[in-house]
Design a protein around this ligand. Sequence first.
Ligand code: NAI
Length: 377
Amino acid sequence: MMKLNWGMIGGGEGSQIGPAHRLGAQADGNFNLAAAALDADPAKGRAYAQSLGVPADRAYGDWREMLAGETAREDRIDLVTVATPNATHYEITKAFLEAGFHVLCEKPMTMTVEQGEDIVRTARAAGRICAVNYCYSAYPMVRQMRAMVRAGEIGKVRLVVTNFSHGHHGDATDADNPRVRWRYDPAMAGVSGQFADCGIHALHMASFIVGDEVEKVSADFASTIASRVLEDDAMVNFRMASGTVGRLWTSSVAIGRQHGFDIQIFGETGGMRWASEQPNQVYYTPVGGRTQIMEKGESGLCSDAARLSRVAIAHPEGFPLAVANIYVDLAAAIRGGSSDGLPLAEDGLRSMAAVYASVASAKADGAWTDARPPMFR
Ligand code: NAI
């Protein structure tokens, strides 16, 4: 099968997420890094792209130059990844969709609900895929949990409890470090800090595994370090359309917790739990029975979990290969296959609506607030 041409915007040298995209996109031979505008500094971006093997005429200084250059080519890129800081996602994603490119956008997809709705409409009008990098949903054992819920193996889901709480911004003496400070500054980060940064991964995961949408939220936000305007800790209760109860805690001041993302799903006939720091295992307990540890790579897992695992049982694959699974599904969808499991613009929009609803709820002392995007009500 011919490789697809792939372009990347942001994710330059030293960036946090750039390497995971490059490892992920190229892990399975589906994509070739053909074009890039990697850095806010045009010269650095061009030089770094060329060091990664991008031809000089496709190592662009900025995304507008890349849009014009790629639109004019017959061998134009099939997919562009947007891995720039949050406030730029909307403009870049919209422009590439309108020009007919498929897009994988980093989360959060947009800064507002209105922008999110605009991206959903733009992708639909253009007939292009707009995926959002909720990459944790692509771990094989998360797919296993989703398949078990779909198959009714734990019955109707009563309750979801999820945490995405780390302690890496818990040192008050480091709060003015520019790399930390912007995340809690509304001018840079928007209406929400920690919830928009990490909490939305957990909320997406809950919807993804349960197969249901968040309908309303009741939130308590706190800035535990006094100089912060936006929240560094949040507790968000939610209800899903079918009545499933949700509890979500997200924090950046939970010193001692490292990555800190885990999820528990409790149904009428069983419970399951998964944690990103032990991504190869799902703990499954049938009602009245013993807890079983299900292991990535063992026989009898669902086809999705088997398909998205490359190495033998007990060998870790880890975060970049979860991102790779997003690219596996993207390549299939671009080639005309199913997009089942791919997080799409609709999911990015739902996240933003939940962020705004949680902010409003927190300001109203936790009042229950509709979290559905207006276009889906
Ligand atoms: P970073 O600050 O480490 O890197 C950003 C990169 O984008 C830098 O190379 C910078 O030079 C470049 N850049 C900035 N403006 C640009 C522009 N206009 N054109 C081209 N390049 C530009 O940021 P980080 O942590 O890598 O985050 C980037 C995005 O990825 C954010 O939206 C963040 O929320 C998301 N992210 C997602 C994760 C996930 O699990 N899905 C994990 C970490 C980050």
